[in-house]
Ligand binder design. Structure first.
Ligand code: UT7
Length: 333
């Protein structure tokens, strides 16, 4: 019997109905479908509309979907981890709100903020609880209402982001499957290139911070792009090497969806053909914490037990990392 590991045993997702197209964006700022498709690869993104609606509303729907698909009662859940950069409130944790909304009562829950690597950090953390042997069912939900912090007068950032949520169930396994290897990194010096200037304890909200539009995403696109391309490719290749995986052995790359050019560069370095790369950036844009579970949910009907997957991420922090896992179940009919 091999060491206890954590396996993904189910996936759920939710995206809001409203579709913001490149054509509609082109009426809001000086941009075009052609520029956005060539430089980023996004055609449209989802936006959560409605007074009083936040990240937890999408996340709760994704978790509900996961519970239904896996025929799990909320009472069986031991831990719920929410990864987000757009929490409902500064405190309490959005994970607590989600647990309340879906009826999870015999558990504990908390948030993780690791930029666009949040979901990978969440999987890493959740898997440690499973591997301890003490916890049997852990939910990791990645969700972001990016439209709450996007400046729709800034053409350099507003085409990139969208809203969405996705969730996975982690359970223990003794089989040769589940999460085999993971590596995560941080370089806090990178924070100067990508952050939200005001609203935290350093610069609490004032009329001045609002007038200066400091509650929106600040990004130096080219600097972030350079780091993202090299770090995401390096860490993915390293994950292949240390697990003796060739491009033939790998079934799927599950890359964070920030820019099609970053995804293509990572796949090229791994010598992977395009058919093995999960891509849905054209439909949803960069949903930050939701990109990875949205991909897993969309590809779930095609994933087979034993498939070799590498998840790779890069995001604000800077944070980045890669995970090697063997898919643990066949498609359900
Ligand atoms: O997930 C979190 C991590 N984030 C990322 O990974 C994002 C990384 N960065 C990027 O994906 C890219 O840098 C961007 C998509 C943000 C920008 O693409 P770029 O190819 O680096 O463009 P750029 O910033 O070098 O701008 C090129 C030109 C500029 O015009 P000039 O100075 O050459 O005349 C911009 O003003 O494109 C202009 N531009 C636009 N034009 C039309 C910038 N945004 C737009 C726009 N529409 N929306």
């Amino acid at each position: 019997m091999s060491k206890l590991k954590a396996a993904i045993t189910g996936v759920g997702a939710h995206v809001p109905d409203y579709i913001l197209t490149n054509d509609e964006l082109s009426q809001m700022v000086d941009t075009s479908d052609e520029w956005i498709m060539t430089r980023i690869g996004i055609k449209e993104r989802r936006i959560l509309k409605g007074e009083g609606k936040g990240t937890s509303d999408m996340a709760a729907k994704a978790v509900q979907n996961l519970l239904e698909k896996t025929a799990t009662s909320p009472d069986e859940i031991d831990l719920l981890i929410c990864t987000t950069v757009t929490p409902d409130m500064v405190f309490p944790a959005t994970a607590n709100v989600i647990s309340d909304k879906v009826g999870i009562k015999n558990a504990f829950s908390f948030d993780i903020n690791a930029g666009c690597s949040g979901f990978l950090y969440g999987l890493t953390t959740g898997s440690q609880y499973i591997e301890s042997g003490k916890y049997k069912k852990v939910i990791v939900v990645g969700a972001d209402k990016m439209s709450a912090i996007v400046d729709y007068t800034d053409r350099t950032t507003c085409p990139i982001f969208g809203d969405g949520a996705g969730a996975v169930m982690l359970e223990p396994t003794n089989e040769e499957e589940g999460i085999i290897d993971v590596t995560n990194f941080v370089d806090g010096a990178g924070r100067k290139h990508l952050h939200q200037k005001a609203g935290g304890s350093v610069k609490p909200p004032t009329h001045e911070t609002i007038d200066a539009r400091e509650h929106y995403i600040y990004q130096e696109g080219q600097a972030v792009f350079k780091f993202a391309v090299s770090r995401m490719a390096d860490v993915s290749v390293e994950m292949m090497k240390r697990n003796n995986l060739t491009a033939d052995d790998l079934d799927w790359l599950v890359p964070h969806q920030a820019n099609l050019r970053i995804i293509d560069a990572t796949a090229r370095r791994m010598e992977l053909p395009k058919e093995k790369v999960m891509i849905n950036i054209h439909k949803y844009g960069n949903t930050t914490d939701a990109t990875i579970p949205l991909l897993l949910n969309e590809w779930e009907p095609r994933l087979k037990k034993g498939d070799n997957l590498i998840i790779a991420t890069f995001g604000a922090g800077f944070t980045w990392g890669a995970m090697y896992l063997k898919w643990a179940y066949d498609p359900q009919n």
